[in-house]
Design a protein around this ligand. Sequence first.
Ligand code: ACO
Length: 428
Amino acid sequence: MSKTATLEIDGQKYEFPLITGTENEVAIDVKTLRGATGGITTIDPGYKNTGSCESGITFLNGEEGILRYRGYAIEDLAEKADFLEVAYLLIFGELPNKEQLDKFHADIKEESVVDDDIKKILDAFPKAAHPMGVLSSLTSALTAFNPSSVNVDSEEDMYKTVVKIMGKFPVLVAWTMRKKSGLPLNYGDNSLGYVENILKMMFEKPNEEYKQNEILVNALDKLLILHADHEQNCSTSTVRIVGSSHAGLFASLSSGISALWGPLHGGANQAVLEMLEAIKEDGGDTKKFMAKAKDKADPFRLMGFGHRVYKNFDPRAKIIKVAADEVLGDLGIEDPVLDIAKGLASEALSDEYFVKRKLYPNVDFYSGIIYRAMGIPVEMFTVMFALGRLPGWIAQWKEMRARKEPIGRPRQVYIGENYRAFKALDKR
Ligand code: ACO
């Protein structure tokens, strides 16, 4: 017999089914609550207790530090797959075989040119514009050059739309950075791998040949994989809710980019580096800032430490720490800011305050360090996060449409004024 939950209000009992996921997560299905109770609703700001959907894409367990895409452990994917394979897995549900992967890459390359008029839009932005605002606008602008709606019931149409955005998005990312750095806009090289091509597009100088660095290719590949999906976070939920009105994929992605921008979400990696810079400017005394972070009267927090969901460790941080060590070691980078980062991490890991509260360096702490070592400007860090998250957003949007989910439209509890008679202007 299927299990139910009973809710009692004023002596009246209501039964609701329990839904159990494949990893034994249990949820109370309250779809019939308002109808059964005559309009009673639930309230849960921040949706900390509310599942917005059933999803078969990503499983995470914060207590045990588990993260899996389509059932595959993040550790295995980061070690054994590349970003394009992971993107295919997230979007289409299975790891591609060689033929599928080659076709996927070839089709993406076919679509890796953007309409030249996009350059005019980019040109209109001031150089000081934040790259996330630029990227969100350019992604939205893509709808003007490509059909905004896609026949989601046609596998072929969906596939074409997916390869289109996978091909064009890295160009927009690279152009956003090049505009900021004052470099001429370029295109990639279709003979390169997906990630190598991104690096070339971002860093190539007009007067010298770009040389690939395998350590950087490997580190970026891993970073993109680790950021590729994280179930129903703020930006992903945004993509799903915008798409639930049947807005097009590119418009939905553009909204997701805006959601990711904030410092409480994707913007944290930028905040980490800004904090490290500030510590350096102040004289580099990490102990002073550790004390500030522990002082309850001081609002300062160590950015890049702690996580809402992962309370023991962030499995992504474990993987990326190794890549960060490789990048810093192999490139022989000497950077006082990175020394401060290392110092803070080792002090926090042995400090009672941090250990007791299970505050460990999170993925943003190490991603910021790697991006800095790669020479990516701080304001571009969140753009790099968006680049990695792209396949996750696409997969979640596709799943939401395929499951024919209803339009996202939460309820509220009104706490404003009761009815008031209108007062004419001269009586107020
Ligand atoms: N520095 C110092 N103290 C901290 C920190 C920190 N970074 N994070 C949490 N604490 C302390 C809190 O003061 C609190 O202490 P108390 O129990 O004595 O009151 C305790 O640890 C629990 O903190 P909460 O804020 O309740 O934890 P929550 O789960 O709500 O917050 C969050 C998680 C927002 C990530 C928090 O740890 C934080 O602000 N970290 C810094 C910002 C950051 O790195 N964000 C990126 C997250 S990763 C991502 O988005 C991909």
